[in-house]
Structure formats: C-alpha cells, structure tokens
Ligand binder design. Structure first.
Ligand code: FAD
Length: 506
C-alpha cells in the first residue's frame, strides 16, 4: 500500500501556534500536516526534570491541542523515544519533512537532536529548523549578537495559519495524566497555570496594571509574586514568544505617547531589558553547551568538586539552615515553584560561598523546583552567582542584611518558618541571639525547635575568600577570563574583564 505524504511539525518548547514559524512554513506547502508532541520518558528521568514542569506543560498541551483542532488538525500525542515514534509513523506515512524550532537545552536534548538529525538523513527526510527568539545558531562573533537579536525582535509576528490540511488515519494518542509514573521527580505544592490563554492574560494584566510597582517590589519576596510579570514559565515552554511580548510593550508605548500619558515608564523599559538578558544568557549555552557541567572559567572546575557536604546540602534544600530568611525563601520556592531574582541569587550565593556546595549539585534541586526552568538562563546564572565565570563581579549575599532589607518586620519569615511565629521582630532575623528565657517564652528553643545557624556567615565567607583568592593568583587566570569574555561576555559591560575577581558583599 502506498504511504501518503505528510509533513511533521514537532512541538517541543514552543507550545503555541502564533509566531510559530515552523508551523506556518509547513502550512504554506498545503500538504497534510501532522503536528506532534512526544512525551520522552527518558527525559523525565533526568536529574533536572520534575513533575512540576509536566503539570505546566500538560495544561499548555490541552490548549494547544484545541487551538490546532480549530484550524483543522488536532495535536497528535505520543509517549516514548522520538526515534521509536518517528519510526512507527514512517511505517504508515511518507514523511517528507520535519519542521521544528532550534532548541537550546540540556546535553540530553542536544544529543537527542543530533540523533534525530542523523535519522532524518538516513531516511531522506529534510529537517527544517527555525531560530528560537533571539538565539543565533553558529554565531561567528559575539560582537555581532545583539544586533542580530534586535533585528529579529523587530520582525513582524508570524500569524497563526488559517487552516491546516488534515491527515487521515492517525491515532490522536493520549496525554499522560499529571500524576502519571512517567514523571519520576516529585514536588509538594503549587504550579503556575500553563496554556496560551493564561500567558496572554498575565502579560496583559502586567502591562496594563501590575507593572506599576514592578521595580519597587522586585526584590521583596511575598509581594514580588504579584508585581513581577510571572511570564517566565510561559517563555520557557513557549506558550508565548519574546517577540510577542516586545510587540505588546511597543504597542503600549505608542498608545501612551498618542494619549500624552506617562503610562509607559521605567518599569516597562526594565522588563524589555530583561527579555534581552534572557536571550543573552541562553545564547551562552547555545555557544558553549559544556556550561551545563563545566565552569566557564576552567580554573574553578575542581574548586568545590570534592567538598560536597551532604548534610549542608540537605539542610539548604529543605530550608533548615538556621538562617530564617534563607529558610523562608527556600520553603516558599519549594512550595510555589517560583521566587524572585534576588532571592534565587541569594540562595545560590549561600549554597556556594557559605556552604561551599558545588553549583552542579545545587542547580539540580533548583532546576526541579523552578516551573520556569530554562537551561540557558539557569546554568549561566548559577555560575555567575557562584563566582566561577571569571568575568563577573563576585556577589556574596549576607543573609541577615538581605532579611532586614527585604523583610524588615519578618512577615515573610513567619509565614514560611512557622517555628518562629512568636519570635519578636527584633530577633526574627537572628533568633539564635535570643537568651534562653526569651526562647522559652516564645516556644522556640534554638537547636531544638529551630536549628542553630549551620555555619557562621562571617567565618564561612572568610574561608571562601581565601580559597578563591588562591585561584585568582594562578598564572593564566586573566588570560582565561579574557577568552571567556570573548566567547560569552556581554558587550554592554566591556569593563567586566578588568573587574573579573572583584568582590561585592551585599
Ligand atoms: C540562580 C538563578 C537561576 C535562574 N534560573 C532561571 C530559569 O531557570 N528560568 C528563568 O526563566 N529565569 C531564571 N532566572 C532569572 C530570573 O530570576 C527569572 O527569570 C525571573 O525571576 C522570572 O520571573 P518573572 O517572569 O516574573 O520575571 P520578570 O522580572 O517579570 O522578567 C520578565 C522576563 O525576563 C526574563 N528575565 C528576568 N530576569 C532575568 C535574568 N536575571 N536573567 C535572564 N532573564 C531574565 C525572564 O524570561 C522573565 O520571565 C534565574 C536567576 C537566578 C539568580
């Protein structure tokens, strides 16, 4: 029997139909289209994956399936290895092309993409990949990057196809449930809602209203949950593109200029910059995929590798370090799957400098916990906040200062560290300073009801600085920093090569 021709559109981290070039280009051929999402069981066994991510994807796939149905061909779902699924489809159809977005992800997806590329070659199928957001594949020179990225962001949005030519005789397949055993790593708590409709709803509410206090509250845990855009998981799993958000921001700007209103302000400019940082960080992983496992500056590679204190690690990830603000942030993050930038940075700083834990290990816990886990941002930020890039100022966060600055009355602490709920404001940031009588009065014995600080911050930081300075003094340190800067550094901060081992205590 002759197999009928189909084109596959392979959805991965791009769960939308608007501004989706692969789908649009495939639809223009007027050939039958098989839009597919594959739940890859091996992926879900990896140490960075988590059921929380799946819950978000699950919601998004339901919406995507309906959107595709409306234009003529619902999403096809399969579970298993991509090659097995494609081989099975090949027995039924003549697959002439596979359309997809370029993917900048973990080594696991990188290797899988190479396998798919080779499989396509062997089977004479053309693999047509389109760039994702502002990420440039095979970038020759980092100096050119921002120009290319900014031009891309100015391009018109790709409209959703009016209709797709449906395929006959293919099983729809089923969507694994949120509690399916495929998803090995578990979580306790909440997940932000996924889906295209939700992405549009929250970005509009941010631009029109919630952004008013964006910068003012950006570092306040407990409040930033409402005043940050919260668009990150949508960008990660692709229910909306960066370009779409930039167009919405530009529209707001034009409208406010026309109406002579100062609605478009520094808050909206700030989010536009952050969208650019987003691409900048993902570009680092695209250019150098090894940064998932190796320090950008090679001299740092062995620094923390053999010093993993598992008790410290456990205390850190469970929010039991004895530092109330660290513990509150971690417990809130574990439950909600999101915390604001500064607190992410502080949690990593505490793990890397105070507890001297390797970012490669702590990064897996955070990757699993963040609903918005985006490998390019994640590994770049982990390395920056752990001081292993050789091109960024080392920022060491003081957990007590941060606590006083961003939770002055200790309300956030008391919400998440209920052991401290009766502790008076004056002690809440450093409860170990209470005398025994006060501890008894407030039902919180330090060392029994709530841990003593796991390390002394001042001593731990002094030791960390000594270890780090031995690295900075090594011959060739500066030379290697310059190589890192040439390949990965931001061109808006040229001075950073001169400041690569500067220390900032915050
Ligand atoms: C150690 C560490 C790990 C991180 N891991 C991730 C991650 O896995 N996924 C992720 O999306 N963000 C990550 N971030 C960056 C940042 O914390 C989040 O993007 C932000 O908190 C998401 O919330 P939002 O969407 O409300 O952000 P907003 O402040 O509203 O910003 C809008 C968008 O801009 C981008 N953005 C914002 N801040 C940054 C930044 N510093 N670097 C790059 N892009 C940024 C994000 O796409 C974000 O959704 C990490 C930061 C640190 C310190």
């Amino acid at each position: 029997m002759q197999r009928s021709e189909v084109l596959i559109v392979w959805f991965k981290r791009d769960l939308r139909i608007t501004d989706h070039k692969p789908l649009f280009e495939a639809s223009k051929t007027l050939k039958p289209i098989l839009p597919i999402y594959i739940v890859e069981d091996e992926y879900w066994k990896q140490p960075f994956s988590n059921r929380r991510h799946w819950c978000f994807i699950h919601d998004s796939l339901i919406v995507l399936r309906n959107e595709l149905k409306k234009i003529g061909q619902p999403l096809i779902l399969r579970t298993g290895s991509v090659i097995d699924v494609f081989n099975e489809l090949l027995t039924q159809f003549n697959i002439s092309s596979i359309y997809a977005h370029e993917e900048t992800g973990n080594k696991w997806t990188y290797d899988r993409n190479i396998i798919v590329k080779n499989w396509c070659k062997e089977n004479n199928i053309s693999l047509i990949e389109h760039p994702t957001n502002g990420i440039v594949r095979n970038l020759k020179n980092r100096d050119d990057w921002s120009k290319i990225r900014n031009l891309r962001m100015k391009e018109n949005l790709i409209p959703k196809p009016n209709s797709l030519v449906p395929i006959k005789g293919v099983k729809a397949g089923s969507l694994p449930k949120k509690d399916s055993p495929i998803f090995k790593n578990h979580f306790i708590g909440k997940v932000q809602k996924g889906g295209r409709d939700e992405a549009l709803k929250i970005i509009k509410s941010f631009i029109d209203d919630r952004s008013k206090n964006y910068l003012f509250n950006i570092s306040k845990p407990g409040i930033s949950e409402k005043t940050c855009s919260r668009i990150s998981p949508h960008l990660t799993w692709g229910t909306i593109s960066s370009k779409e958000i930039i167009k919405l921001l530009n529209l707001k700007k034009n409208n406010s200029l026309q109406n002579n209103k100062k609605i478009y302000n520094k808050n909206l400019n700030a989010i536009k910059s952050r969208l650019s940082w987003r691409c900048h960080f993902i570009q680092k992983l695209e250019t150098q995929p090894s940064i998932e496992f190796s320090c950008m500056h090679p001299f740092h590679n062995e620094l923390r590798k053999d010093d993993m204190n598992l008790e410290y690690y456990k205390a850190w990830k469970e929010g039991l370090t004895g530092y109330p603000f660290i513990d509150a942030c971690m417990r809130s993050l574990n439950y909600n799957g999101w915390i604001t930038f500064r607190m992410r940075a502080m949690l990593v700083s505490f793990a890397s400098y105070d507890l001297w834990l390797d970012w490669r290990k702590t990064g897996h816990h955070l990757a699993q916990t963040f609903t918005d886990y985006e490998p390019g941002i994640h590994y770049s930020q982990l390395q920056m906040q752990s001081g292993v890039t050789g091109i960024n100022t080392l920022r060491i966060y003081n957990p007590i200062k941060q606590s006083i600055d961003h939770d002055v009355k200790g309300e956030f602490i008391k919400k998440w560290v209920c052991e401290l709920k009766n502790v008076p404001e004056m002690w809440v940031h450093e409860p170990w300073k209470m005398d025994l009588k006060t501890q008894e009065n407030v039902n919180c014995l330090i060392g029994k009801d709530y841990p003593k600080p796991i390390v002394d911050h001042a001593t731990a930081i002094r030791d960390a600085k000594i270890k780090l300075s031995s690295i900075f003094k090594k011959d060739g340190y500066r030379k290697n920093s310059n190589i890192v800067f040439k390949n990965l550094g931001s061109r808006t901060r040229k001075k950073s090569t001169k400041r690569n081992n500067q220390l900032k205590l915050i």
